[in-house]
Design a binder for this molecule. Structure first.
Ligand SMILES: Cc1ncc(COP(=O)(O)O)c(C=O)c1O
Length: 414
């Protein structure tokens, strides 16, 4: 039988985690047992080995000397961040809250950078006091950082986040090129660098982040090359040598039927050539890649339980105790234009006997609360466990957990 498109995610899921007696296993634990151990549904579970292997894969594939940073916004669960502290070279944080979690791991502040528009004065004070690298997103922010440094008697460590003129092609989310709230337009950077040199700030380099969720190796390589070239051009105006050049990441993961995993070997090839270009000019500059979802998305699942089977006009609905309030992305409301199903399976009946086409919904009074829209799954009963794969990034903390007052899901690292 030819697999339908809905079978594709099921196959991808089967490849990522072992299956015993038709039940998914995570970290060597059967899902049914893990659910007992967690104590209640819904929950997110992240697999330690999966994260470790992903970092090893990158270390093996990427050219030597590339520094790997984890963008904590993808998954700031403290246990996950602690695990990654021992595996990566630094953290990118997006708030003072994330910065506290990052520093709690023992990661040296010199390996932590704070980026994002609209940093509050309190955040800037904490960041300068901590000694982390502040990515300046505007001239105005530069002045506020300098004032904080003067007030505290500390020289702030800064890098300039540049909004380049080019954009990252094929990115699920574009974050550079044209009018943006992120970074400083490239054309304004030379003048800003001249002012920076007179402000009592310790200049470290540049940060460029062009976009996220890209599955095209060619587009990523092109953006990386352009980022390094722009960094080299802007360095002419810098008050001191460029110690670090953070060229972002944007490595995507396949969520939907028909999507293919990123060709890491092709990315590594392109980056090798880009590194060589950088090394010719600046042998000592640290080249940083900043990755979020690529490190954690595929290591995580979201698990909820079937509460009721319901029929309406010939369609079967599995009503569960989880939904969009816990997993906004899987419901299709986190940046998707056209809703598509995340890979979903019945975790304790992975293949199942009979199969049927069902919609998986949550307990919220809105049709947006949809985890799977007319998908072919194993026939499930009340009490069975629905699993949403590719859920290790932008899950819990990217969801409106307070909406309608249901309990928040738990999280475990296994
Ligand atoms: C500055 C910055 N760094 C890193 C990331 C992480 O992106 P991803 O999780 O897709 O790798 C983002 C995502 O928006 C970002 O804005």
């Amino acid at each position: 039988m030819t697999p339908s498109t809905d079978d594709l995610p099921r196959h991808a899921a089967l490849k990522q985690f072992p299956v015993l007696d038709d039940c998914l296993q995570l970290g060597g634990v059967l899902l049914t047992r893990l659910a007992e151990r967690v104590g209640r549904t819904p929950f997110y579970a992240y697999e330690r080995n999966h994260i470790q292997s992903r970092v090893e894969l990158l270390r093996h594939a990427l050219p030597p000397g590339v520094h790997l940073h984890y963008a904590m916004k993808a998954n700031p669960m403290p246990a996950v961040v602690h695990l990654l502290a021992g595996l990566v070279d630094g953290f990118d944080v997006a708030s003072a809250g994330e910065m506290r979690t990052a520093l709690d791991t023992g990661m040296p502040p010199s390996r932590v950078s704070l980026a994002g528009p609209g940093k509050s004065s309190a955040e800037l004070r904490s960041a300068v006091a901590a000694g982390v690298l502040v990515h300046l997103e505007s001239d105005e922010e530069m002045q506020r950082v300098a004032a904080v440094g003067e007030l505290l008697g500390i020289t702030p460590r800064v890098a300039v986040r540049v909004n380049p003129d080019f954009e990252l092609k094929h990115a699920g989310m574009k974050m550079a090129g044209g009018a943006r709230q992120f970074g400083v337009d490239a054309v304004r950077v030379p003048a800003m660098l001249r002012r920076l040199g007179r402000m009592g700030l310790e200049f470290h380099g540049f940060h460029l982040f062009c976009g996220a969720q890209n599955l095209s190796a060619a587009a990523i390589c092109e953006a990386q090359r352009l980022c390094v070239r722009l960094g080299l051009e802007l360095a002419e105006f810098a008050p001191s040598p460029v110690r670090s050049l953070n060229i972002g990441g944007g490595f995507g993961v396949p969520y939907f039927p028909g999507e293919r995993a990123l060709d890491l070997a092709a990315v590594a090839d392109g980056l090798g050539a880009t590194m060589a270009m950088l090394r010719r000019e600046w042998p000592d500059t640290r080249l940083i890649l900043e990755l979020g979802r690529y490190l954690v998305a595929e290591a995580g699942i979201y698990v909820c339980r079937v509460i009721e089977r319901k029929q309406s006009h010939g369609q079967v609905f599995l009503i569960t105790d989880g939904g969009m309030h816990h997993h906004l992305a899987a419901s299709g409301n986190f940046g998707q234009v056209l809703r598509k199903n995340f890979p979903v399976a019945i975790g304790n009946r992975l293949h199942g006997g009979a199969r049927e086409t069902v919609s998986v919904v949550g307990p919220l009074c809105t049709p947006l609360d949809l985890l799977a829209d007319r998908m072919e799954l194993a026939r499930a009963d009340v009490g069975d466990l629905v699993v949403v794969f590719q859920s290790g990034a932008y899950g819990l903390t990217a969801s409106p957990t307070a909406f309608l007052g249901h309990p928040a899901p738990l999280e475990v690292l296994v």
